[in-house]
Each structure stands twice: as C-alpha cells, then as structure tokens.
Design a protein around this ligand. Structure first.
Ligand SMILES: Cc1cc2nc3c(=O)[nH]c(=O)nc-3n(C[C@H](O)[C@H](O)[C@H](O)COP(=O)(O)OP(=O)(O)OC[C@H]3O[C@@H](n4cnc5c(N)ncnc54)[C@H](O)[C@@H]3O)c2cc1C
Length: 636
C-alpha cells in the first residue's frame, strides 16, 4: 500500500470538492445537490445554469465527469469489524440536474405546465427565453467592460459554437452563427437520439441563446453558400466550430457500396426524418456510446416499422453490435450496454471485422470477423492483437460503421491557406487561447481537442469567447478564484444519510420504450426521490478543521469516527516512516521536538462529514468549516 500525507495548503480544501474540480466548466455540483437536499430547487437551478448555457441538455445526457469524480463513489463500506465490504456509489448528479432543469429551465414554460406542487412551492426562476436572457445579462452587468458590438462569425451551431456565441453576446460582441443543418445544436440535434434528448429541450435552450441577440443562420454551409474568405473579410474574427461530423471508414473489402453507412449518418437521417435504406438484419461495428445510439435507434426504427406494416415484413429482424473489446473493456457506458441488452441488441464481443461480403448483385450478405485477443497494450495504447484462425461469419443486409469521426475542412481551400494543420484535417491550435496560425481565426470544440463530451465542447466554446474578446478589445482577461471559508455552528446532517443507497433513476420499461422511436427512456426523479438522492451528498466543501492549540490529545474524535478515518499519531512515530517524514518536516516549525507532539491524520476518502468528531470533542478544538469557490473574470 502507498502512503501519502498532504499537509493542507492553499488549494487543499477546494480540491476536495472533486465534482466541481472535474467539471470542465467547474459547475458547483455539490452546491446544487445540497440545495436540492434542502428543497431550494430554484437556487439549485441557478447554480447549475450559471456557468453552463446547456444545463438542461446536460441534465439529460451529460457524460458527467463530476459523477466519476464524486467522493461518495470512493467511500469504502466497512462492516462492524472495520473490514472493507465494497465502495459506495456516486451521487446521481446528472439526474439531479435534470430534476431542477425540468422545473426551472427554459423547457419549463409555460408556467401552467409546471407541476402544481412546484408552482405553490416556488415561482419559476425564468418563465421564458427572454426572461432568462435578461437574468443572464443582469448577472454580468458592470462586471466587465463590454466590447463595442464587433461582429464575430462562428462556423457551426454545435454546443461549442453556441457556447462561444452565448458568452460573446454577453461580452458585448455581435455573433453570427452559420450552420449547414436545418436545425441548431450540432450533434445534440443530429446525433443524440430523441429517446435520450427530447427535441423541445434543445429548442428551448437554443431559444435563450437567440434571445441574447445571437443570430443563428441555419441551412447555410460555409464553403458553399458563403466562403471562408468572405467571412474573414466581413467579420472582425472567425471561430471555427465545425466538430467532427464525418464517419471514419475502416477500409474493409466490400465497404464501398449500398447499405454500408456511417453510424452518425444514420443518426442524422433519423433525426431529420430523412429516408435511409436500412434492411432488417443489421450489424453495427463499434463498442462506444455512439455505436449504442446507432444500434438502439435501428432497434426502434425496426420495431416502429414492424408495428405499422407487420403484415408485409417477413421473418425476424436482428440488430447485432460487434466490438473489438470484451464486455468489461467496452468503452460504452454500462447503462447503454444494459439498456441495449434489454432492448434485444445482440452483443458480439472481441471480434474485429475483416471483410463485408456482397453477393453477385452487390447486396450486403455478411460480415466476416476474426477473434480479437487484446485491444490495448500494457500502457493502455490501442494496439489490437488478432487470432486470424478463429473466424465468425455474421449474415446481415446492412452494416453501420461507428468507429469514430473526423472533421471536414474543405472550406479552408478558399481563404484559409494560413490556417496550418497539425495533421490532415486538424488545425494547429494554441491549447490556451484556441488561436490558429491565422490572425483572428480561432477553433473550438471537438475540432480543437478531438471528440470528447458535450461539456468539454461547452468549456471550449467559453474559452474561445474569452480569447476572441481579448483579441478584439486588446484587454486581457484574468481569472480570480474567490474562495470563502465559513465556520458552521451547529452543523448537522440528515438522519442516516451515510447508509442511504443510490436512488435508481426511474426509466420506462423496455417494451414501452419501443412504442415510438422518440419515447424518452429516462423518466427522471420526482421530488421525494430527488431530495433523498441529494441527501446522500457528502458535501465535500464542508470539512472538520482541527485547532492544535486547543487539542488535549484525548483521542475522542478518533474513537467516535464511524468510518475510522482519523488517526492520532505521535510525530516520533511518523518520523520512522519515510513516506510520512516529508509531511512531518513540513508540519514542524523550528525548535519543535517530535517526541512531544502528535498529528491527526485524516483519510479524506473515508471522511463522510458527519461531524461526530466535532460533537465528541470536549474542548471545542474541532469545527466544521464550509469552503466554496468560484472563478470571476476581470480585465487585467
Ligand atoms: C451520436 C453522438 C452522441 C453523443 N452523445 C453524447 C452524450 O450523451 N453526452 C455527451 O456528453 N456527449 C455526447 N456526444 C459528444 C458531443 O455531442 C460532442 O462532443 C459535441 O457535440 C461537440 O460539439 P461541437 O460544437 O464541437 O461539434 P458538433 O456538435 O459536431 O457541431 C458542429 C456543427 O458544425 C456544423 N458544420 C460543420 N461544417 C459546417 C460548415 N462547413 N458550415 C456550416 N456549419 C458546419 C455541423 O453541422 C454541426 O452542427 C455525442 C456525440 C455523438 C456523435
């Protein structure tokens, strides 16, 4: 076991709020989860919405790095003898965000559709997009000198482009967004299926951005309807936010021809109601979340078509999903795999495609696979090893490739020669400023950092907005982290919060989900469930603080700690353990004799902030303290 002791420094307590640290836009997830636990739902919404123009959409589909970092998911459960049983599960932060957005987000209007109990409980924070826009403007009023209405062209209305536009509008610029699709929101609208993200949630959230004065021009392709050269001429700056929309190919024999499609092309066609010739025996190649979106969309489409035209469709239909990875290593989220299994998707794990067989008329007949023995090497680099002797032939009539996406930058041919590329298709970009090698041209989102999560695109869009503001105004923006420490007198937690198990997010039954392709799978928490789940939050911003000058070394705090997270250790003992020696040296001032002092060691992963130590201390040497922080921008 590795021992490491940190002596609390300036950022120590901030860094303990792991959900906020992990969020790319540093949303105070702990703050809104605790607000929900206390029934302050409108506060919770504002905390969630503050840094994130896509809060309602994130409430539905965010990849939730906050949950992966949540300390509740790391707290060991111990039995009565202190033996490890299992680790707990993280707070369902994303689903809790959805709970407050459902009531107070722009999708909650008109007010009369807000649940009755909520209406009597609290008035909606913002009844419509205009009110929300006014609220956002007032939050920024007077804080930063505004730009002078400089026009900024943004290519692509995905979450990165729209987040950049949102913040630029607030910063006093006049952004115009050019979008090739007939709808705004990028992959959220033409990739993520409606059963995960209802279209009206997208429309309402984008309406707020429009209400801020952002001009979103859908159905305009840069490079066809307007040239990049012209944008550079007509606008003070250009932000390229075109994402990575083109499905990667595998170069397999038989890949070119009818009924082999890119997965994102299938999703786009489904989202826009465009016809795509899909058979009834479909193989999806890929093992990530996008592959599941593709497979589950096809399952729904087949079920829907069968329900409408059952008499005319012979035989059974099947959707198989083939991944290089074994079940344990699949990159898709567990919930996708489980729900996909429930919906009848047949998984083929540890198989790599070799060839797509076509018959003499060119129709797809089968995919041939070989056994994949290993996908990653010891350093977790992609380095598959195959057994060519073990083959699998899967008969099918349609193949969907879901093995990654790449950007298309052909519009740079006209007026973009100075936008250098680091590798073909990917512009060279300063990771801090998101500037390209061409003056006044910035990139953001998936195009800047490769395909990641929606919230990464939002963070990137906001960063691009700040850079464009600096470029246009010549004023440098600096981040101030405002940290507040507050001693909490009489701090108490909810009864039994430490033993509450994660409250499952209600979902529709598998047979209900397939009624219609757009039927939402997740039903979401009601008020009671949300408050119960939120009450599990360990509130990592709160921590016991020890006053050494008062401590009488009675060890009462250690005895009473339910998770055994405290240890009272004589410094002379610490000095004998090399790993602890460094911390001890840091702790000791000049002239302090280790033989006469002790230290309290606290295992942060075990502490559940119950305050039992505070209550037990006979000399009031321990106090519960709340630390909160936020980032404020100011001009240098
Ligand atoms: C199928 C799918 C499902 C996903 N699900 C999730 C999820 O559940 N959770 C999560 O956190 N993340 C998810 N992601 C990732 C997330 O959607 C992306 O990271 C995010 O959309 C990237 O944002 P972006 O703005 O950089 O690019 P995009 O969203 O791709 O937007 C780029 C926009 O630029 C437009 N465009 C391109 N070229 C031009 C041109 N020449 N002229 C005008 N417009 C142009 C495109 O039409 C598009 O609207 C998913 C991605 C996919 C593909």
């Amino acid at each position: 076991m590795t021992l490491r002791v940190d002596v609390p420094g300036e950022r120590y307590h901030q860094d303990l709020i792991s959900c906020q640290v992990a969020c790319p836009v540093h949303t105070d997830a702990r703050g809104y989860v605790r607000a929900i636990a206390e029934g302050r739902f409108d506060d919770a919404y504002l905390i969630a919405r503050g840094p994130n123009p896509f809060a309602s959409i994130c409430g539905r589909i965010c990849g939730a790095p906050c949950e992966a970092a949540c300390r509740r998911g790391k707290v060991p459960r111990v039995d009565d003898d202190g033996r490890f049983v299992a680790t707990d599960r993280p707070i369902a932060i994303r689903a809790l965000k959805r709970f407050v957005c459902d009531q107070f987000g722009p999708e909650a209007r008109p007010a009369d559709v807000v649940l009755d109990d909520v209406r009597t409980f609290l008035p909606p924070v913002a009844a419509n997009a205009d009110e929300m826009a006014a609220l956002l403007r007032s939050a920024l009023e007077g804080k930063l000198p505004l730009a002078s209405g400089e026009r900024v062209a943004i290519i692509g209305a995905g979450p990165a482009g729209l987040s950049a536009a949102h913040d630029l509008a607030l910063l006093g610029c006049a952004p115009v967004v050019f979008e090739t699709e007939p709808v705004a929101a990028g992959m959220l609208a033409v990739g993520v299926p409606a059963y995960r993200l209802p279209r009206e949630v997208i429309e309402k959230e984008v309406d707020v951005i429009r209400a801020l004065g952002v001009d979103i021009r859908c159905g305009v392709t840069v490079g066809r309807d307007v040239s990049f050269e012209q944008l550079r001429r007509d606008f003070a700056a250009v932000v390229i936010a075109v994402g990575a929309k083109s499905s990667r190919a595998l170069g397999l024999p038989g890949e070119q021809g009818p009924r082999v499609y890119g997965g994102v092309d299938l999703l786009r066609a489904a989202a826009l109601g465009e016809a795509l010739d899909i058979g009834r025996n479909v193989v999806v190649i890929g093992g990530g979340n996008v592959a599941y979106d593709v497979a589950r969309t096809v399952v729904r489409q087949i079920a829907y078509d069968a329900a409408r035209t059952a008499a005319r469709l012979p035989g059974t239909a099947s959707v198989k999903l083939a991944s290089l990875e074994g079940l344990e290593d699949m990159p898709a989220d567990t919930v996708e795999i489980v729900e996909g299994d429930e919906e009848g998707i047949e998984r083929l794990n540890s198989w790599g495609p070799v060839e797509i067989e076509r018959d003499e008329h060119g129709a797809v007949r089968a995919v041939v696979f070989r056994r994949c023995l290993r996908v990653y090497d010891e350093a977790r680099r992609f380095s598959p090893i195959f057994d060519d002797a073990e083959r699998l032939r899967v008969e099918c009539d349609t193949v969907l490739l879901s093995v990654g996406q790449a950007p298309v930058l052909t519009f740079l041919d006209e007026g973009g020669a100075d936008v250098e590329q680091s590798r073909p298709g990917w512009p060279k970009v300063d990771p801090k400023t998101l500037a390209t090698t061409a003056p006044g041209v910035f990139v953001t989102g998936d195009l800047a950092h490769g395909t990641r999560l929606l919230i990464d695109a939002v963070a990137s869009g906001k960063a691009a907005a700040r850079s464009v503001y600096e470029y246009l105004t010549g004023r440098r923006l600096e981040a101030d982290t405002l940290t507040a420490h507050l001693t909490l007198d009489g701090y108490r937690r909810e009864q039994g919060y430490e033993s509450i198990r994660r409250v499952a997010v209600p979902v529709a039954e598998p047979h209900e989900r397939l009624h219609h392709p757009d039927t939402p799978v997740e039903i979401g928490y009601d008020r009671d469930r949300a408050m119960r789940e939120a009450s599990r939050c360990l509130d990592c911003g709160v921590t016991p603080v020890f006053d050494g000058s008062r401590c009488v070394l009675c060890g009462g705090c250690v005895d009473v700690c339910p998770t055994l997270c405290l240890k009272l250790v004589p410094l002379s003992e610490m000095a004998q353990t090399p790993e602890l020696r460094r911390a001890m040296d840091e702790l000791l001032g000049e002239g302090i004799d280790p033989a006469e002092h002790s230290a309290i060691l606290k295992d942060e992963d075990r502490c559940i902030r119950c305050a039992a130590c505070v209550m037990r201390c006979p000399v009031e040497a321990i106090a519960m303290e709340r630390v909160t922080y936020c980032t404020l921008w100011r001009t240098a």
